[in-house]
Design a protein around this ligand. Structure first.
Ligand code: TXA
Ligand code: MG
Length: 320
């Protein structure tokens, strides 16, 4: 049974021994291993049942450490790092030969990020190696944002979950890649295209390429999915009528509905804050998925940059 503890020295020790430890980040929890320990990294793929051609993100303590593993950092990436790292942003950069193919799935690039969570910052500055860490969920299912979510998935497979409380952002990092005068966003997170635009040169084009599976294979369609049938709804009242013969779990953006036939409901942000909704989304999906409901109806979130990042995940969660 996994120990759940905030003792980062214990986590450091286990990781140096080749063990897998779940770690908190500001986005979601990750399943971490020493990036230079091939057996440990392979164990992550096995535990997650993740296809081997899905590359992993390298987590570094700071820009100094990150520089050791990439060939070059384009100017736009330097600007973004100074603005947002440590934080919920991942950079796809050309890798040095020291970064093995088992991390990058044979790509010439490596995804790198500097997580901001204080306990994981301490952990990363304690150990002499970077960590690879995919989200700590079985392939295709909902990412964990609290230690007990990881415990439910992997208590018997890993020795320790480093407990850092609830993740402050709640959805995975924004992933960016670079071309001349162009930044491609492969996954949207709480750092938006507008945020990126503000800190880069005006002539830089910003393109959203969220479904480019050939570049970022982990972004294949069905993903982030509860085991309960999930419906992303443009019209909640209508879908509640449609599923009247089922036990309905309802996940609304900002208002509680007074409808007797609803079995259980949660409100993502009573004050209509999209950041609060992001923070709560996966935690509430975990809760509703464990509630014995037969269908989860999720109200589509407002058409804002972060609202769309959440809708993209919900759409993938609802694909059969
Ligand atoms: O917020 C996050 O990024 C979390 C926390 C734990 O850091 N990690 C995370 O990892 O979401 P994962 O493995 O679930 O998603 C990583 C994504 C995948 O879609 C993968 O295809 C993409 O990053 N990726 C990794 N390396 C890449 C590369 N060299 N080129 C393109 N995409 C890459
Ligand atoms: Mg993931």
């Amino acid at each position: 049974m996994a120990i759940v503890s905030s003792d980062f020295n214990m986590a450091a020790h286990l990781l140096s021994q080749g063990e897998i430890v779940a770690i908190p980040t500001e986005t979601v929890y990750g399943l971490a291993a020493n990036a230079f320990d091939e057996n440990a990294v392979r164990k992550i793929f096995e535990i997650k049942k993740r296809p081997l051609n899905h590359p992993l993100i390298l987590h570094c303590a700071d820009i100094g450490q990150l520089k050791k593993y990439v060939l070059e950092i384009p100017t736009q990436a330097v600007q973004l790092m100074h603005a947002f790292s440590p934080g919920p942003i991942t950079f796809i950069l050309k890798k040095k030969d020291t970064i093995a193919d088992y991390i990058t799935a044979n790509k010439h690039t490596v995804a790198v990020r500097i997580p901001a969570h204080p306990i994981t910052q301490k952990l990363l500055s304690t150990i002499p190696f970077p960590l690879v860490a995919p989200s700590a969920n079985p392939y295709g299912s909902i990412s964990p944002t609290q230690a007990f979510h990881v415990e439910k998935f992997f208590a018997n497979e890993i020795p320790m979950i480093l407990d850092g409380g609830a993740c402050s952002q709640g959805i995975e990092s924004t992933i960016v890649g670079f071309e001349v005068n162009k930044i491609n966003i492969y996954r949207l997170g709480t750092i938006t295209a507008e945020d990126i635009k503000k800190v880069t040169n005006t002539e830089t084009e910003i393109a959203i390429k969220e479904s480019d599976v050939s570049i970022a294979p982990g972004l294949s369609l069905r993903h982030y999915a509860p085991s309960t049938h999930t419906v992303l709804s443009d019209n909640v009242q209508e879908d509640i009528r449609q599923y009247a013969d089922k036990k309905i779990a309802l996940l609304n953006f900002n208002k509680q509905l007074d409808i007797e036939s609803i079995f259980i409901q949660k409100v993502l942000s009573p004050s209509s804050s999209i950041h609060e909704a992001a923070k709560n989304l996966y935690a509430y999906l975990h809760e509703l998925d464990n509630s014995n409901a037969q269908v989860i109806i999720v109200e589509k979130l407002p058409n804002t940059p972060i609202g769309n990042a959440l809708n993209d995940r919900l759409y993938r969660a609802s694909v059969k």
